[in-house]
Design a protein around this ligand. Structure first.
Ligand SMILES: *Cc1c(COP(=O)(O)O)cnc(C)c1O
Length: 425
């Protein structure tokens, strides 16, 4: 038994030594325990850690504002006027989109509403929205309020896809069945991908095709996928997607989010849209008198000039993603979670149930673990033992070993501590 433990630990040490991304851990600030040791931070799915490069990036903008005032719009080292455009190439690459399909703006729930203004168009009997039954609460509130905004009743117009009794994840065939069954009455399919609770990742292309074949619009909330899974938004064919940048994108609490609008919608003038001056033709924007003349592509959904201090942090973080690429990150991520799942399995503890799909094509960095008959005290004990994870009532721990800054040895430590706490209970 003891020998086996040394073997799996030795494996972790070797994997860390051979890790092509090992240099990146040192480019992030790791929260420290009272004893000076870093926490095992498995909460990058909730709030990613701060890249060390962020401070300099934000300071540059503070300095230019200090020295230039309004002139910074044109004369800052990175002029503020086109600032959001600096982020577009890396952001588009990260989510597998064309540059004119992506815009960094607002925050996530706001973008979701703006997208639904354009892409939730209930007409006659086609008036429903299909979501997952365990959709993130903000998304549920957003779709419910959109339904009401159109004078409709959510009890008639909201379809929530639920897993089968006794199961946690949605089966692809059940998603397909539901779309087929309700297709004629669905105006919008909105799926959280990756699901925030179970960590399940869905086949976007397949869902989009099923929806489109039946005349439904299809959008995705990629808050838990951006920076986590190698997305191919353009090829998925989805009509739109939204995401934030403070989770896997490591851009700081409440930082500015982003949007994808498929190019086939980029120049449509028939779509209802809430508009503002930042979506107007850049050449004549400051004419201030001209009739609204939208910029082609996703940028035309912009309303306001963006918060430069926040977007500077997103840019600094995106540079790391651009350097490494999603393929390398995903490779390590799947190895980390594969190792975690194997260790949990070897505990052979009937109280532990993994909610996340074991199939590597159906998950990202996050593993959701139910510990039956436990309570928040287990989570508190993990914290006292140097582990920061995420707790969902009543008994689920969500852990996300992030390839940028987590190690195989941290995964090993986590499982050892979990094991010892379950013995003590
Ligand atoms: C994190 C998250 C949100 C949070 O929305 P904000 O507008 O950024 O506060 C909403 N939806 C999903 C699916 C999320 O994962």
């Amino acid at each position: 038994m003891e020998e086996e433990k040394i073997d799996v630990q030795a494996y972790a040490m070797q994997k860390d030594q051979e890790d092509p991304l090992k240099g990146y851990r040192n480019q992030f600030y790791l929260p420290k325990q009272a004893n000076g040791e870093p926490y095992v931070y498995f909460c990058g799915n909730s709030l990613g850690l701060q890249p060390k490069s962020v401070k300099e990036a934000v300071n540059q903008e503070l300095l230019d504002w200090q020295n230039l005032g309004v002139e910074g719009h044109l004369q800052a080292k990175n002029p503020w006027l086109p600032y959001h455009e600096y982020l577009t190439p890396a952001m588009a690459k990260m989510v597998g989109a064309k540059e004119h399909e992506v815009v960094v703006m607002n925050t996530l729930s706001v973008n979701l509403h703006l997208m639904m203004v354009s892409f939730y168009q209930p007409k006659g009997d086609r008036n429903k929205i299909l979501i997952e039954s365990d959709a993130f609460p903000s998304d549920r509130y957003a779709v419910t309020s959109q339904i009401r905004y159109h004078g409709l009743d959510p009890t008639d117009c909201l379809i929530a896809l639920a897993p089968r009794t006794g199961e946690h994840c949605l089966r692809p065939e059940d998603i397909a069945e539901s779309i087929k069954q309700h297709g004629d009455s669905i105006a919008l399919i909105l799926i959280g991908n990756t699901n925030y609770y179970t960590g399940q990742y869905f086949d976007m292309k397949a869902i989009t095709k099923l929806g489109h074949d039946l005349g439904c619009t299809v959008g995705f909330d990629c808050a838990h996928a951006a920076g986590n899974v190698a997305l191919q938004l353009h090829d998925s064919g989805a009509d739109f997607a939204v995401w934030c940048s403070y989770k896997y994108l490591n851009a700081g609490p409440g930082s500015i989010g982003a949007c994808f609008v498929h190019e086939r919608h980029g120049n449509r003038t028939d779509l209802p849209k809430f508009t503002g001056w930042w979506g107007h033709n850049k050449e004549t924007r400051f004419g201030m008198r001209d009739a609204y003349d939208p910029i082609p592509g996703a940028e035309s959904w912009q309303l306001s000039n963006p918060p430069i201090l926040s977007i500077a942090a997103v840019w600094a973080s995106l540079k790391l993603f651009d350097e490494v690429g999603m393929d390398a990150l995903t490779r390590k991520s799947l190895e980390l979670t594969g190792y975690l799942l194997a260790l949990i399995d070897s505990l052979d503890n009937p109280r532990i149930e993994v909610l996340t799909p074991l199939d590597p094509n159906q998950r990202g960095s996050q593993v959701s673990i139910r510990v039956k008959d436990s309570g928040k005290s287990l989570f508190d004990e993990l914290y006292n033992n140097g582990i920061i994870a995420d707790w969902r009532e009543p008994d689920v721990i969500r852990v996300a070993p992030v390839p940028f800054y987590n190690t195989f040895q941290e995964v090993f430590m986590f499982v050892e501590i979990l094991k010892s706490l379950l013995v003590d209970e």
